[in-house]
Design a protein around this ligand. Structure first.
Ligand code: SME
Length: 176
């Protein structure tokens, strides 16, 4: 009986993973369609924020910060009003920008220096946006759920961030 329950649960987990991947594949196609033919990075950041925020479950913020004079400055986003300037190296966003590495944080309250723009946030993923070998921006996505983002989220959100880079003219931005 216990074995049967476990098998049923495993099957459900496998179905959930497949559904999640299929949903993301559709989202990536929608991102491609939205970005094709447009190179303005503000317009593209605005639409990618809206696409992510309105199609992924359990989010309370999705948006971009752009690097200007060693600070991350708030760009287009969806969600509650947010901190406008984040020094390089500070918080989850500043760490992603300074290291060039994706920050996938299961519990932001355990992250030293986390900046709580919205008290509702409990987990977060921040993807660096790189142009000509330099980080020029970050894509920040927050959730009120703990451990909201897994490796599947990371894989597909990275694809969307890459599409943003491929389609946007980012040459005027400062980089680090
Ligand atoms: N929590 C982020 C700040 C940005 S807001 O969440 C929109 C951080 O620690 O960098």
């Amino acid at each position: 009986m216990l074995l049967l329950t476990t098998l049923r649960e495993l099957k459900q987990v496998s179905t959930d993973i497949q559904t999640k991947q299929q949903d993301y594949q559709l989202l990536v196609q929608q991102a491609k369609a939205l970005l094709s033919g447009e190179s303005d990075y503000i317009a593209n950041a605005a639409n990618i924020s809206a696409l992510i925020y309105n199609n992924l479950a359990d989010l309370n913020w999705a948006g971009f910060y752009f690097l200007k004079a060693e600070q991350l400055v708030l760009g287009p986003f969806q969600g509650q009003v947010a901190c406008v300037r984040i020094p390089l190296g500070r918080g989850v966003c500043g760490t992603a920008a300074a290291t060039g590495e994706i920050q996938r944080i299961a519990d932001v309250h355990q992250f030293d220096g986390h900046i709580a723009c919205d008290a509702a946030s409990n987990s977060e993923i921040v993807l660096p946006i790189t142009h000509a070998g330099k980080v020029v921006a970050v894509l920040d996505i927050d959730s009120p759920e703990l451990q909201r983002f897994d490796l599947i989220d990371q894989q597909y959100l990275s694809q969307i961030a890459d599409l943003f880079v491929q389609h946007s003219e980012l040459g005027s931005l400062d980089g680090v």
